[in-house]
Write a protein that binds this ligand. Structure first.
Ligand code: ZN
Ligand code: ZN
Length: 408
């Protein structure tokens, strides 16, 4: 029996005059599935703990985020296709624009996204080839838009350091500071890298061309989200299951790579509102033929939550529902389906909150409850009651006959 996990990012919401985007959306397919299955609510990490998408997904996949989450840097680096090893330190990176004279740390950030530069592979290549730092290796990996990821590899590296990204335009590039003595060597290395990479970028022909065209130069790397990579057991070692991830978001692809899943990429999976949902569903169903567990991730409802757009969120959820049509017709004696949200992203809070999320499981033999509508209010009455994110994999393994008995 295979497992299909559909995670609709930030789909859950808080009450707005007695309803939510999910409750007010017309969702015949989700409602039909809820009717066929068992429903409940879930604290992805724990009651009152506000999850990030990264910590939420780790938890849902059975990885305690308090043990395995060490910051966003290592996950973004995995997402950018860099092989991250235990002991490495990794950052999220923006290409930005600085102006001024002297050292890079005397210059001011005039654009944190370098005019939202798109084509920057040449710059990434130039830095990887030309910058040399004694005693450590580094890998700069390209990511979408103005983004990149950076990994340092060597002895005694520490993540107890500050960001170089000042977060505010008009401020100077931050000199990376050690937060304790053990990190002084690392801070020195990272500052040397920021200075040397600035020199390479400043003198690169692509930037001369951008200047001629009146575009902001991509002449600095702004670092944040540092984390030190730890050993994370692979999903197939842990569960004996071959896993595939269908996602457009770098962060979720990063989680997939971190745990050794196959990440199925397609340029039409954008991780945003313009993604090709139909193709994602089709790809997920096809991947069930070759994999034991398929995670289908849909990002946009979270974006509408962050934008505070109730109607946009409701309409997108309706689109998700209609694209899920082929899933309703699956043979649930062969596939165990779960549909859930990774956290709540209320349009009123415009950020993630700790409110528990709706979750349903549909498969043969499951004790069906009398929930007929899939929304935040109804699922409280379902048979799953209230579970934690870390419980979900155990429940799915049990229902699909893949779990080991505890005791005799
Ligand atoms: Zn999320
Ligand atoms: Zn979010």
């Amino acid at each position: 029996m295979k497992i299909l996990m559909v995670i609709v990012d930030g789909m859950a919401d808080r009450d707005v005059n007695g309803t939510t985007p999910l409750k007010s959306a017309r969702t015949p397919n989700l409602d039909r599935l809820a009717e066929m299955g068992i429903n409940g609510i879930m604290d992805t990490i724990g009651p009152g703990v506000r999850p990030g998408s990264d910590t939420a997904h780790l938890s849902i996949l059975g990885y305690n985020p308090f043990e395995y989450y060490t910051g966003r840097g290592p996950i973004e680096a995995c997402g950018a296709g860099i092989e991250v090893r235990p002991g490495d330190i990794a950052f999220r990176v923006n290409f930005g624009t600085v102006d001024g004279k002297g050292s890079v740390f005397d210059k001011r950030v005039v654009d944190r996204r370098a005019g939202r530069i798109q084509e920057k592979e040449e710059l990434v290549r130039a830095i990887n080839q030309k910058v040399k730092i004694d005693g450590v290796d580094f890998i700069l990996g390209n990511a979408s838009g103005h983004r990149a990821a950076l990994v340092f590899r060597g002895e005694g590296l520490s993540d107890r350091i500050t960001d170089s990204d000042p977060k505010n335009e008009g401020d100077r590039v931050g000199r990376v500071m050690a937060l304790d003595q053990s990190a002084e060597h690392t801070a020195k290395i990272v500052n040397e890298f920021i200075e040397k990479s600035h020199q390479v970028l400043e003198n690169h022909p692509l930037n001369a061309e951008r200047e001629r065209m009146g575009l902001p130069k991509a002449n600095v790397l702004l670092l944040r989200g540092v984390g030190k990579a730890v050993h994370v057991p692979k999903f197939h070692e842990r569960y004996g299951l071959k896993m595939a991830v269908i996602a457009g978001t770098t962060l979720i692809k990063g989680i997939g790579r971190l745990i050794g899943a196959d990440v199925i990429e397609n340029e039409r999976f954008t991780g945003s509102k313009n993604t090709d949902l139909g193709l994602k569903v089709e790809t997920a169903l096809k991947s069930l033929e070759t994999h034991d567990l398929v995670l289908l991730h849909i990002k946009a409802p979270d974006e509408f939550g962050h934008d505070g757009d109730f109607d946009g969120k409701r309409e997108f959820i309706e689109r998700v529902d209609s694209e899920l049509e082929p899933i309703v017709n699956l043979d649930f004696s062969e596939v165990c389906l779960t549909v859930l949200s990774d956290h709540t992203t209320p349009v009123t809070a415009r950020d993630h909150t700790a409110d528990p999320v709706p979750v349903m499981i549909v498969c043969e033999g499951v004790r069906r409850d009398d929930v007929r509508e899939f929304n935040e209010y109804r699922v409280y009455r379902g048979g799953l009651c209230r579970i934690k994110g870390l419980d979900l994999m155990n429940i799915l393994l049990d229902l699909t006959g893949k779990s080991k008995k505890f005791g005799a």
